[in-house]
Design a protein around this ligand. Structure first.
Ligand code: NAP
Length: 291
């Protein structure tokens, strides 16, 4: 039996489109209604069977929904809260944004403490974006960080956890601030470092063709995430800059320590450090396999 009658998804890109696909495939809702910015995206989503129907007027569409997923860029989520508050304040709503403190604060301020909003972040995705990047089983065996505010009701938390489990995901509860602090280290800093690394290709002054001859899979694998959406990542960096500043300083300290070891020819010290780091990295693979 379907869990929901009519699920709305606003934003039908990589995350929203992949969610629509799974909700339909797994029969989680009787009807999936799509909303997006461009009509071309809505038409494509319908043609590809990701959604049952689409509406260009968001507020008109709200009245028939019993669940809404906001999968838009972070900066426009607030506008949707305003419209939900105006037209259907008791609607059960989640978002999937990569930064949580700001979204939860906006939700509390706009939707109010009594709302049925729960903030989530699936630790799933890729460097691709838009409806053409939609991927089957994107959320299967992936963690989803659920970040309730102090006002989130237990029944809504249970409902959200069940929703993600139906998609094959593993929900984990965290405060919005813990989420933003940890994600700054595990996702936001790596993207920033990769962008900085790629900028050296430009700044090196070396001939691009000669440099390309020397680029192997190591550089390509390490910098894959540098192909991600510049708009999305600008939003994420800006929304989480407090935590990013902290980790950037730590990263600079770390680089300086390694530079100092090189300068002092501290071979043994460097090997010791690299041995420890190799072990830590291998343990991360082990943890991944446990899922
Ligand atoms: P995406 O592929 O670029 O898709 C974003 C979608 O939002 C597009 O389909 C776009 O519609 C739509 N959109 C843009 N402005 C809109 C507006 N004002 N109203 C309605 N729809 C609008 O981005 P994404 O990667 O799916 O990211 C979506 C959200 O998920 C973000 O908040 C992001 O932080 C979060 N997230 C991303 C990842 C990841 O790996 N990418 C992982 C976890 C969470 P049109 O096509 O119609 O222009």
């Amino acid at each position: 039996m379907s869990k929901f009658k009519n699920v709305g998804i606003v934003g039908l890109g990589l995350i929203g489109g992949s969610l629509a696909l799974e909700i339909k495939k797994r029969g989680i809702a009787v009807c999936v209604t799509g909303f997006s910015k461009r009509l071309s995206t809505l038409k494509k989503a319908k043609e590809q069977g990701l959604i049952d129907e689409y509406l260009v007027n968001f507020e008109d569409g709200l009245k028939d929904l019993d669940f809404l997923v906001i999968a838009t860029p972070i900066n426009v989520i607030k506008n949707y809260f305003v419209q939900i508050k105006r037209c259907k304040p008791a609607l059960f709503v989640i978002d999937v944004a990569s930064v949580k403190e700001r979204v939860v604060k906006d939700a509390d301020a706009i939707l109010g403490w009594n709302s049925n909003f729960v903030s989530c972040h699936p630790i799933a995705g890729s460097e691709k974006s838009g409806i053409d990047a939609v991927k089957e089983r994107l959320f299967e065996n992936k963690f989803v960080i659920v970040t309730p505010s102090e006002h989130t009701r237990e029944e809504n938390l249970l409902k959200v956890k069940e929703f993600w489990r139906l998609l094959g995901s593993i929900p984990v509860i965290m405060s919005p601030s813990e989420h933003d602090r940890l994600l700054a280290l595990t996702s936001h800093l790596p993207h920033l470092v990769v962008y900085s690394l790629i900028s050296l290709v430009e700044e090196s002054g070396e001939k691009r063709e000669r440099l390309s001859n020397c680029i192997g899979t190591g550089f390509l694998d390490t910098t894959r995430i540098g192909k991600s959406s510049p708009e999305l990542w600008t939003e994420i960096f800006m929304a989480n800059k407090k935590n990013l500043f902290f980790w950037i300083s730590k990263f600079e300290q770390n680089l300086s320590e390694i530079k100092e070891m090189l300068g002092k020819n501290s071979c043994e010290k460097l090997t010791e450090k690299l041995k420890i780091l190799k072990q830590i990295r291998e343990e991360l693979d082990e943890k991944g396999r446990d899922i």
